[in-house]
Design a protein around this ligand. Structure first.
Ligand code: DLL
Length: 438
């Protein structure tokens, strides 16, 4: 059977005006669909005094209500569903940290559109049907496993559905099946890299050539480290459960520090997180996404809490779809310590500039003494160890200084031995806030 070509210049390299036309046509249909089929949307539209026919151009999206996790919790589990439940063929969920998970359903057509979108995204990252793709995300309620699995399968790749965990088994599979692409979080890839090195796995001559990483930020320091030690190209892709999962945006091979958004499926806005006001192109703010062709769970103006900025400048790859800067922080990631705002990404950036520590770290907050205290635990590289207490203490003070310059708060620094920071198979947990408990 003839394989579909997953670079589609008609859509991906369309003039900006054409993209806007496609988006407007889909937006109007999607808004009417949500309004007519979902009581929650109908009620909100009526409260705001708007109707679907008020959407005449793309900017009119601003008339629509925002949605967020809270709405999904209020309507849990199926209140936002716009089709009969017997037409829903799959559920996914994201656990979040508190309360009920966020649940999303998909119709058959939604799943087809989603896997097409993912296939196009992985093709953009350089994956071809000749690739053998090893999955290290779990196949559970998390969208990462099934979402990327079906996208790669649609592209025609040989899928190796290994799933999460059991790193040694993963290494064996890479060796035996000559896997060429690894799908995981960047932090798990780093763990796999280290485990392989400790077992004498030769990354340089291994078959792996591309990492399709997502689900959490991939900081430049971590990316460099993985690329040089595993001898692969790390590519990043972004998405969230509420708007399908992976497939929202991904890297092409030219624009390595930005991700192309699949604009025929998603309408983006950047807002000021404090006021909700829409910001002009290029400004950093909170990403808001409207799914343009979802049957089961229409999602209008979903507030992602992810901070980024977007450009529609042409890309050297020839694609005209807008590019978003890498998401490095979320509005709800921000830690306020003694009145100063701190993002975990600042800690990671500062640590990645220090030779002698690994990219693994943990931030612990407490207020045992009545005052907020930040402790940064960071792992020493084996060659940074010294028998001399003085030398180790000098190095620790150097780390404190660098962190103080970056954070404007003086942290306690604990240097731990290599492997001393817990590894996770999925998204890494880097912050432990014990302030209410202490
Ligand atoms: O993480 C979907 C996904 C799976 C994307 C696999 C890519 C690969 P959730 O569990 O709902 O969905 O978490 C979504 O994770 O709002 C971001 O804060 C963060 N996130 C996801 N991908 C990236 C990325 C999936 N590439 C939340 N860079 C999002 C930075 C990311 N943050």
């Amino acid at each position: 059977m003839l394989q579909k070509n997953y670079f589609d210049p008609e859509i991906e390299s369309a003039p900006r005006e054409r993209i806007r036309c496609i988006q407007l046509e889909k937006l109007r249909k999607q808004v009417a669909w949500a309004y007519e089929r979902t009581p929650w949307y109908k009620k909100r539209f009526q409260e705001l005094g708007i109707e679907p026919r008020d959407i005449r151009n793309l900017e009119d999206v601003r008339l629509l209500p925002f949605t967020d996790k809270q709405v999904l919790r209020e309507t849990y589990p199926f209140g936002l569903c716009a089709i009969p439940l017997d037409e829903v063929v799959r559920l996914h969920a994201s656990s979040g940290t508190t309360g009920k998970p966020v649940v999303i359903g998909y119709s058959r057509r939604d799943l087809d559109a989603w896997s097409d979108c993912v296939a196009r995204m992985v093709a953009m990252a350089g994956v071809t049907r000749a690739d053998r793709v090893q999955m290290a995300f779990g196949y559970g309620m998390f969208t990462g496993g099934f979402g990327l699995h079906y996208g790669c399968e649609k592209l025609g790749c040989m899928m190796v559905p290994a799933g999460s965990g059991n790193t040694e088994r993963h290494l064996m599979m890479i060796e035996d099946y000559k896997t060429t692409v690894l799908i995981s979080t960047p932090s798990y890839a780093m763990h796999m890299c280290e485990t392989g090195e400790a077992l004498g796995f030769d990354w340089k001559s291994a078959s792996l050539r591309i990492g399709l990483f997502g689900g959490e930020p991939c900081m430049p320091g971590l990316k460099r480290e993985i690329e040089s030690r595993m001898h692969i190209i790390c590519t990043d892709n972004y998405g969230l459960t509420e708007v399908n999962g992976p497939g929202v945006a991904g890297e092409c091979l030219h624009s390595r520090d930005q991700n192309h958004i699949a604009e025929d499926h998603f309408l983006w806005e950047i807002i000021d997180p404090a006021t909700g006001e829409v910001l002009p192109e290029g400004r950093e703010g909170e990403l808001v996404l409207t799914l343009l062709d979802k049957e089961a769970f229409p999602m209008l103006r979903y507030r992602t809490h992810d901070l980024t900025s977007i450009t529609t400048e042409p890309c050297a790859c020839g694609r005209t779809h807008a590019r978003m800067a890498k998401v490095r922080a979320r509005t709800d990631d921000m830690l306020i310590v003694r009145g100063t705002n701190i993002f975990p990404s600042q800690v990671e950036d500062a640590l990645s500039a220090i030779r002698g520590v690994t990219p693994h770290y943990r931030i612990v907050l407490d207020n045992e003494t009545g005052m907020d205290r930040v402790t940064v635990m960071t792992e020493l590289k084996p060659d940074a160890f010294s028998d001399s207490f003085e030398e180790m203490d000098r190095f620790r003070r150097h780390v404190v200084d660098r962190l103080r310059q970056a954070l404007l708060v003086t942290p306690v620094v604990k240097l731990v031995e290599p492997g001393g920071i817990e590894r996770t198979f999925g998204k890494s947990r880097r912050v432990e806030d014990n302030r209410e408990k202490s």
